[in-house]
Design a protein. Structure first.
Length: 242
């Protein structure tokens, strides 16, 4: 896909905001999640392209996954595709063990993009990842195409052409994060990924298990009542003997 985009962009040096890529992850309290990936190209850019189906390569990676629903999406000036994947348990889902990005490297000890440490009273979710957007030459590119890529990246600000975002929606307010933008009231954290650099993504939030906490408190109260009654009964029996 990079090869095709590169060739298109080399003919549209004056265009900005040509490509928009978003990964939108909603995590629920029960550990389930919804992952949406959007790939949009400007309608002006599409009009200049000679390809009949510019999204064919992007669709290829979803064809063997029945759990992914793909649909076309568009805005006033962009058109593209949106792929949605529903995940029952993000802890062990394949997407979490190998997120769909060759540039994303997780630093979590369990090698998962979203690491979950489960406990009796709380579950702690952690994201600690790097997204490397420094362009690497495609082995399938010809020498001329590699020169075009190098010329484009040296002569343009890629951040004006590409809009690449990672959005994480959490069920509770984050304990800590380094998001570019944060909507704390709605628990939405957005990273605006920059090109030609290594981007850091850090997020941590805690989901407390209210039922377990309340149940444990009730058990403690019941235990204390039983102990108190036992002591009172014993004291009463001793007084009667006296």
């Amino acid at each position: 896909m990079w090869k095709k985009i590169c060739l298109l962009l080399c003919t549209t040096l004056l265009l900005t905001g040509c490509v928009k890529i978003e990964t939108d992850v909603t995590i629920h309290k029960d550990g389930s999640a919804v992952v949406k990936e959007r790939f949009l190209l400007s309608k002006q850019l599409l009009a200049m392209s000679q390809e009949q189906d510019p999204f064919a390569e992007a669709l290829e990676k979803y064809k063997d996954d029945a759990s992914v629903q793909v649909k076309e999406c568009s805005t006033e000036d962009m058109k593209g595709i949106e792929a949605t994947k529903n995940i029952e348990d993000i802890t062990n889902d394949k997407w979490n063990t190998s997120p769909d990005s060759k540039n994303l490297v997780t630093k979590n000890p369990d090698a998962r993009f979203v690491s979950v440490k489960k406990g009796i009273f709380k579950d702690v979710y952690t994201i600690d990842a790097q997204i490397d957007t420094i362009p690497k030459a495609d082995k399938q590119m010809s020498a001329q195409e590699k020169q075009m890529q190098a010329a484009m990246m040296s002569g343009l600000n890629a951040n004006e052409i590409f809009s690449f975002s990672y959005i994480i929606r959490t069920p509770v307010k984050a304990d800590s994060h380094n998001a570019t933008e944060a909507d704390e009231s709605n628990f939405v954290y957005t990273w605006k990924i920059k090109f030609n650099t290594v981007n850091e993504m850090k997020l941590k939030f805690t989901v407390y298990k209210t039922i377990n906490i309340v149940f444990t408190i009730l058990l403690v109260i019941v235990a204390l009542v039983i102990i108190a009654n036992t002591i009172n009964t014993k004291n009463t029996e001793e007084n009667q003997q006296v």
